[in-house]
Ligand binder design. Structure first.
Ligand SMILES: *Cc1c(COP(=O)(O)O)cnc(C)c1O
Length: 426
């Protein structure tokens, strides 16, 4: 598409944007009396009015009904989590009973590994990506040690080639084939948090299964950002946090997917608690655990309703907006941001390097920019002038133009502030 670096052009794109009304549903921080340009929805999404309303509802029910709220609130608490199955399964491409919400992301990945990482002396290796998100690295190392293996032998990282920023798909497939019958599990971030690279989850899942391994995905940067078909891709399990693209609030609940093919497998070990027990018999307080057939069978505790409330509001909003519309805008606004970056780079001769893949099918809502010339002072200038980005060592800012609440005019304004910043620092 043809783009122009003018306010009029950016506004014309906003006028054509079918999602533009959602912007007013969100609270924006202000800097110098103006709404910020918010590029960190990949780290903590903004609060929506609906999220606040849903939390208020729970607080009111608790005040008015106390313990009776479990059964007599408008949205009763005892099966509150079941409200997610419909809309959330559409968002991640699952069957409703393959989805559950509980705990937080790293905790859920640990619980999934209890079921899906069962190393034997012949088959004990885990493939993950080089420089995975630190929590994932610590988690995997601790699981390997817990089973009595050595992380240096058991964990196989897929590396970037010398001088390249992204991991090549063919290198992932080659590594899976090479580890072959020693491979117990593939566990990779579906969208890389640092570069924004999107992996071909369908092909990688198939390749893992071809050598007899389980395949799970950390979808922290994928849920609510990219088109997922977890069921059709035969993914064994996946988990994601809800506070990034899905705007559920700081540290909030995680979503979890377990493929239907595992629901009736009694041989699969898991850590149990009363909320995973047969729903009809949960309150009979019997001694023997009889898991719910479905992802809910991995639940442990009764759920933190106050944290589910803002997530439910968000899930309903995403289902209403529709992933197809969100993805169409995401592609357009990300391309527009890329165009603006190149234009400003030409004007001020600054030498940015976008390390996110330029191929739209290998990226989503994030551009990571290596600031060769500038650095931390430019990041600080942007923050002081109402552009919220984030800084990653050694010299990278990450920009996520979230389709639900960022506008094309934001991208234009960002370009102008960026240009002023660079000129003022030269
Ligand atoms: C954000 C993120 C996490 C965070 O984990 P929590 O358990 O929610 O603190 C984990 N993994 C990846 C890949 C992330 O991007």
């Amino acid at each position: 598409m043809h783009f122009e670096n003018t306010r009029e052009f950016a506004r014309s794109l906003d006028v054509q944007d079918s999602l533009s009304s959602y912007r007013d549903e969100f609270f924006f921080p202000e800097v110098n009396g103006r709404r910020v340009i918010y590029f960190t929805g990949n780290s903590l999404g903004l609060q929506s009015r609906r999220a606040k309303q849903y939390v208020d509802e729970v607080m009111d029910d608790w005040a008015k009904l106390a313990v009776e709220g479990h059964f007599y609130a408008d949205k009763p608490w005892w099966d509150y989590h079941e409200r997610f199955a419909g809309p959330l399964s559409q968002i991640v491409g699952a069957l409703p009973d393959e989805i559950t919400v509980m705990n937080t992301l790293t905790v859920n990945l640990h619980l999934m590994m209890v079921s899906f990482y069962r190393p034997t002396p012949q088959r004990y290796k885990i493939i993950c990506e080089e420089k995975a998100f630190p929590s994932d690295q610590y988690m995997i190392q601790s699981q390997v040690r817990f089973h009595g293996y050595n992380p240096h032998e058991a964990i196989v990282e897929i590396k970037r080639r010398e001088g390249e920023h992204n991991i090549r798909h063919e290198d992932v497939l080659a590594k899976i084939a090479e580890v072959g019958n020693e491979l117990a599990l593939v566990l990779i971030g579906g969208v890389n948090y640092y570069t924004g690279q999107v992996f071909d989850m369908k092909a990688i899942t198939q390749a893992g299964h071809d050598v007899g391994a389980y395949v799970g995905w950390d979808l922290a940067h994928a849920a609510g950002n990219i088109k997922l078909e977890l069921h059709d891709w035969n993914v064994d399990f996946a988990a994601w946090c809800s506070y990034k693209y899905m705007n559920s609030g700081p540290g909030n609940a995680s979503g979890c997917f377990v493929h239907q093919m595992h629901h009736n497998n009694p041989g699969l070990p898991r850590f149990a608690g009363w909320w995973g027990h047969n729903k009809e018999r949960r309150f009979k307080m019997e001694p023997d655990f009889d898991p719910v057939r479905g992802a809910d069978g991995w639940q442990i505790s009764n759920l933190p309703i106050l944290t589910l409330a803002p997530y439910l509001a968000s899930v309903e909003m995403f289902a209403e907006a529709g992933m197809d519309a969100l993805i169409a805008k995401r592609n357009q606004i990300t391309s527009y941001l890329e165009f603006i970056l190149h234009e400003i780079d030409k004007e001020v001769d600054s030498n940015f390097e976008i390390i996110t893949p330029s191929d739209p099918s290998a990226r989503a809502c994030q551009l990571s920019v290596f600031l060769h010339g500038e650095g931390r002072s430019l990041f600080d200038y942007l923050m002081q002038n109402g552009v919220i980005t984030d800084w990653r060592e050694p010299n990278v800012i990450r920009l996520a133009p979230v389709p639900l609440y960022c506008s094309f005019e934001d991208m234009y304004d960002f370009g102008q502030i960026l240009k002023q910043g660079i000129l003022s620092l030269h």
